[in-house]
Design a binder for this molecule. Structure first.
Ligand code: SAJ
Length: 415
């Protein structure tokens, strides 16, 4: 069985694909990165990056300048195709596999016998098998692993990404990986690839279990955050400081409560549990309820801000943080951004948006661009501070900086 990889193609050069491409290139393997965004391709080929992730700029710069990493709009033949494209949900919280399908259509003409396809995108159970079925239609000349596991021409595996934004480069290398093959031979091939750059353990299983494992990890976190968010609302009702409460309860040797917040954001934890609910709606009761609790938290925060604003004639409200979590620029599915937008659109007062990690709002929010102000300006002008993200710039605020303000602290920065 061939286990040498001289060229790897990474389809999707976003938060997962680009770091993965750069790490593999840093191991001396030729990497052909593919993205549909001309801006991303141009930026990467200049040795620069189009996303914020610590140390990624240096790694990409090195990979591009040594000629090991090249980006393009179209795939070309390679030994391995790694797919790292988005898997959002569509209406009715149903998984949208169109990006994966488009990636498969794009690589199908390039496939040669012995190629390995790895799906890294978080996907509902059955997606990896679906890839084999799509390919059976697109390339009837090739034998696929579901048709003949022993004699297949193409290997297909699911190896879900598990890295935490903000720590991607460390976790890409140090995390254990789950390698789910459509057949054991597929898993073995994928294992050989990951062993090129993963120092953690690589654990082999079948594709369906690997898909479910990834969804389970994020649902576990979602359920636990929902518990913390519910506690925060119970504590508000009972006039108890939830942060002190959690600190005390966590002193029990077997209790480890997570942090409440303004809701759960990002493109993973707020999305993936729905894939389980969609495929087992009768069984996945707690997973659904957790999603509903976390999704309802921004509205709860909004009500608190409105109540505080009622005390002022012309309230000026500063929303501290728009990203979905601390010290990143990622605004996807961000409850903070949602709260800032709703407060602005409902004219609850003059709303100032503070996000130290971005200079410009995405196109969709351009109408609000003039609201984006510095922390300094917000502290000077606002009556009400709504702490939505625990960015380091906000953590370094002193009690004196906020003493004269009404503070609605969803992240427990001021304890
Ligand atoms: N959050 C809380 N309270 C907490 C922890 C998080 O409110 O105690 C919120 C955050 O503010 C954020 C959201 O949850 O809005 C998600 O943040 P996160 O840091 O928990 O996770 P992500 O979305 O950045 O990354 C997760 C990770 N999964 C797990 O930790 C199980 C990461 O390992 C995955 O690779 C990633 O999802 C992914 O791509 O699926």
């Amino acid at each position: 069985m061939k286990q040498e990889f001289s060229k790897v193609s990474v389809i999707g050069l976003g938060y997962i694909g680009l770091p993965t491409a750069a790490v593999i290139a840093s191991r001396g393997v030729q990497v052909h990165g593919v993205d549909v965004s001309e801006h991303a391709v141009r930026t990467i080929n200049q040795g620069k990056i189009h996303i914020v992730e610590p140390d990624l700029d240096m790694l990409v710069q090195a990979a591009v300048s040594t000629g090991k990493l090249k980006a393009a709009l179209k795939p070309e033949p390679a030994d391995v195709f790694m797919i790292a494209v988005p898997t959002p949900f569509q209406d009715g919280k149903k998984p949208d596999l169109s990006y994966i399908e488009a990636a498969i259509q794009a690589i199908a003409p390039c496939l040669e016998k012995g190629n390995l396809i790895i799906l890294e995108s978080t996907s509902p159970v059955g997606t990896t098998e679906q890839i084999a079925h799509w390919l059976a239609e697109l390339r009837p000349d090739l034998t696929l692993p579901h048709q003949d596991p022993e004699l297949a021409d193409i290997f297909i595996a699911h190896c879900p990404e598990r890295v935490l934004p903000g720590r991607v480069l460390q976790e890409l290398v140090s995390n254990d990986r789950i390698i789910g093959g459509i057949s054991p031979r597929c898993a073995q091939q994928a294992m050989a690839l990951y062993q090129l750059f993963v120092r953690g353990e690589c654990l082999m299983t079948d594709a369906r279990t690997a898909e479910m494992a990834k969804l389970t990890e994020n649902s576990f976190r979602d359920v636990n955050i929902a518990f913390a968010n519910e506690l925060s609302m119970v504590c508000d009702h009972l006039k108890i400081n939830v942060w002190e409460l959690i600190q005390l309860a966590n002193r029990h040797p077997r209790v480890n409560i997570l942090n409440p917040g303004p809701g759960v954001g990002g493109h993973c934890i707020a999305v993936d549990p729905w894939f389980i609910v969609d495929s087992a709606p009768e069984q996945a009761k707690m997973i659904r309820l957790a999603r509903e609790i976390n999704d309802a938290k921004p509205q709860y925060v909004m009500e608190r801000v409105k109540k505080a604003a009622d005390e002022f004639k012309r309230p000026v409200i500063a929303c501290l943080g728009l990203a979905f979590k601390a010290d990143i620029d990622d605004l996807r599915e961000s409850p903070a951004l949602d709260i800032a937008r709703q407060l602005s659109e409902q004219a609850v007062g003059e709303v100032l948006w503070v996000e130290p990690n971005i200079h410009q709002l995405p196109e969709k929010y351009q109408a609000h661009q003039q609201r984006l102000v510095s922390l300094h300006e917000a502290l000077e002008r606002a009556h009400i501070l709504v702490v939505l993200v625990d960015h380091k710039q906000f953590k370094s605020l002193k009690p004196g900086d906020v003493a004269a303000k009404v503070v609605i602290d969803t992240r427990g920065l001021f304890g």
